[in-house]
Design a protein around this ligand. Structure first.
Ligand SMILES: NC(=O)c1ccc[n+]([C@@H]2O[C@H](COP(=O)([O-])OP(=O)(O)OC[C@H]3O[C@@H](n4cnc5c(N)ncnc54)[C@H](O)[C@@H]3O)[C@@H](O)[C@H]2O)c1
Length: 296
């Protein structure tokens, strides 16, 4: 198994910035690319703040934190990722956009490089079909926020090789994660179960069964979930939740996965959750709500 010295991360939003941070803290050089230069600037700031919080809580030494920050370089174009051993993609949850990226990366990166996707639900087999290296394409699904959540769900496409799987498993373990392995069906394991619950919480709100607060309190205190489903949807991003429901609906062909009209309407209105300051809840008006964020 080849040693991984350089990782490319494409997409520097909530997930990409966290994945870049994990890799850098693990002593791996990182090229971080985003099509939006403002997102890159924001990512560097949030990574720096997060590392500082880890240091101040005694969870990381100052030396490792400083070394990690020095390992992350921003790439203004994809070509700069050509030296990467593994590329982890964390861009928008759209099959068309991800396929175009995989096709472009396939032409740029070295022959031995692995192309991994952090997709929440999209078929790894179909992403792999956009490349000339389907044996080296795999799903590496981190949970949000990546520096904190312990799980990585590894998804094998129809042609993913054992060697690619072993390399990505070892990488996730180097990041300190526990892995689970899923076959390549819509939503994999975690979102196949989580997203229908979140969608049902939207239906419960939409049909006037209860207030958002009571729905969340019910699931927190009644089922011991650390966050209510509507709070969690805001944390994940309502656009991401909607995309995943559409993938489940199309991929599994059952009407029980149809996205709730209220979720669709919130996304249409730009109410995407915490990242926009408003989703099911309004974080602009309630500054204390920011303290709820488990994001480090
Ligand atoms: N949010 C979550 O809780 C979560 C959890 C696990 C996995 N995911 C998955 O991770 C991926 C990213 O989600 P996120 O929440 O970080 O989204 P986000 O909106 O925070 O970030 C996405 C970033 O990708 C960039 N981008 C979009 N298209 C691009 C392209 N063609 N090339 C380069 N950059 C591009 C955007 O500018 C943005 O900065 C999605 O596939 C999502 O399903 C999300």
């Amino acid at each position: 198994m080849a040693e991984i010295k350089v990782i490319g991360v494409v997409g520097s939003g909530q997930m990409g910035s966290g994945i870049a941070q994990l890799a850098a803290v693990s002593g791996i050089d990182v090229w971080l690319h985003d099509s939006d230069s403002l997102a890159l600037t924001g990512a560097l700031k949030s990574i720096s703040n997060s590392i500082q919080r880890f240091v101040s809580k005694g969870l990381l030494s100052q030396a490792v934190g400083t070394d990690a920050l020095g390992r992350i370089r921003c790439a203004s174009n994809l070509e700069e990722l050509r030296s990467a051993d593994v590329i982890i993609e964390a861009i928008v949850e759209s099959e068309v956009v991800k396929k175009k990226l995989f096709s472009d990366l396939d032409k740029i990166v070295k022959v031995s490089a692995i192309l991994a996707s952090n997709t929440s639900s999209i078929s790894i087999t179909r992403l792999a079909s956009a490349t000339s290296r389907p044996t080296q394409v795999i799903g590496m699904h981190f949970m949000n926020p990546p520096p904190i959540m312990k799980l990585v769900e590894i998804v094998r496409g129809a042609d993913t090789s054992d060697e690619t799987f072993s390399t990505i498993k070892a990488l996730a373990e180097r990041f300190g994660k526990t892995i689970i392995c899923s076959q390549d069906y819509s939503g994999f394991i975690v979102n196949r179960i989580l997203m229908p619950m979140i969608n049902e919480a939207f239906f419960t709100l939409y049909t006037g069964v209860a207030t958002k607060e009571d729905i969340d309190t019910g699931m927190k205190l009644g089922t011991n979930h650390p966050m209510g489903p509507l709070e969690l949807a805001d944390f994940i991003g309502l656009d991401v939740c909607l995309s995943i429901m559409k993938v489940l609906h199309a991929g599994l062909g059952d009407s029980k996965y149809a996205p709730c009209p209220l979720l669709v309407q919130y996304v249409d209105a730009g109410r995407l959750g915490r990242k926009r300051g408003i989703g099911v809840y309004n974080y602009r008006k309630i500054p204390q709500a920011v303290k709820l964020s488990p994001n480090l």
